[in-house]
Design a protein around this ligand. Structure first.
Ligand SMILES: NC(=O)C1=CN([C@@H]2O[C@H](COP(=O)(O)OP(=O)(O)OC[C@H]3O[C@@H](n4cnc5c(N)ncnc54)[C@H](OP(=O)(O)O)[C@@H]3O)[C@@H](O)[C@H]2O)[C@H](O)CC1
Ligand SMILES: [K+]
Length: 217
């Protein structure tokens, strides 16, 4: 199966949207649904009943996928906390639309601080699924600053933590597999769409699991 660069992936999305076959919003909805399906396939225990999830959303469409995942997990009865590295009013396009569909109000977001993330994790029982929807194929520079709250909160996470990255783990260059800075989101499972990107071979070589899911492109 061929491996796509970020630009080739963006072109495939643009062509599909441009042809009228699908909208960006539909692709984002499909992406979110595939992330949930892949997580349940990877960790069958998650399908046993409602669980807890902490969804970390970034400023762009990767974050948009995260808002879809959060909504779908809430629809399954899960206790889902959403933290966003930006404020909802600064989200754009499809990501803004998907945030609208899941956020029930300004207080429906955890503050983007290590304390808020740690407190939420400590306040509940049972294992946590953490979803990295911070940055995807659009990342271009070190994500050390962006990741800081999560990296500071992460050690407090109880055993049984499951870490899932949407499309590309935050902190990696999709086309080279190189780290863009010092820090990365250490995903147990990365769920990507349509075709693998070069980074996914790097993740596998380091012991990460990678699922490639069709979103109808
Ligand atoms: N387009 C679609 O219909 C679909 C897209 N999918 C998902 O979308 C992402 C790609 O989304 P995109 O918005 O292009 O990029 P990201 O979300 O990865 O990044 C968003 C912006 O973040 C800024 N950025 C880049 N690096 C950093 C950093 N280190 N720290 C902070 N911010 C950063 C950058 O904007 P700037 O203006 O700040 O440069 C990015 O634009 C893709 O990965 C998929 O998850 C759907 O899956 C399918 C449909
Ligand atoms: K990500």
């Amino acid at each position: 199966m061929d491996v796509l660069t970020a630009e080739e992936m963006r072109r495939a999305e643009r062509d599909a949207i441009g042809s009228g076959a699908v909208t960006g919003l539909q692709l984002m909805e499909r992406a979110g649904a595939e992330v949930v399906a892949a997580a349940l396939a990877e960790w069958p225990a998650l399908a046993a009943g409602p669980q807890r999830a902490l969804v970390l959303c970034g400023p762009g469409n990767n974050g948009g996928d995260g808002f879809v995942v959060a909504r779908l997990l809430r629809d399954r009865g899960w206790r889902v906390a959403i933290a966003c590295s930006t404020t909802p009013d600064r989200l754009k396009g499809d990501a803004a639309a998907m945030a609208e569909r899941v956020l029930s109000g300004a207080d429906d977001l955890l503050p983007w601080t290590a304390e808020a993330l740690s407190d939420w994790i400590a306040a509940g029982e049972g294992p946590v699924l953490v979803v990295d929807a911070l940055l995807g194929i659009g990342q271009t520079r070190s994500a050390d600053a962006l990741l800081a709250p999560w990296l500071e909160a992460a050690p407090d996470v109880p055993a049984g933590l499951r870490r899932l990255s949407v499309d590309i783990p935050t902190g990696y260059d999709s086309d080279t597999g190189a780290r863009l800075g010092e820090e990365v989101f250490a995903a147990d499972l990365t769920v990507t769409f349509h075709r693998e990107k070069p980074v996914h071979a790097t993740l596998r070589a380091a012991g990460g699991h990678v699922a490639v899911r069709d979103i109808g492109l």
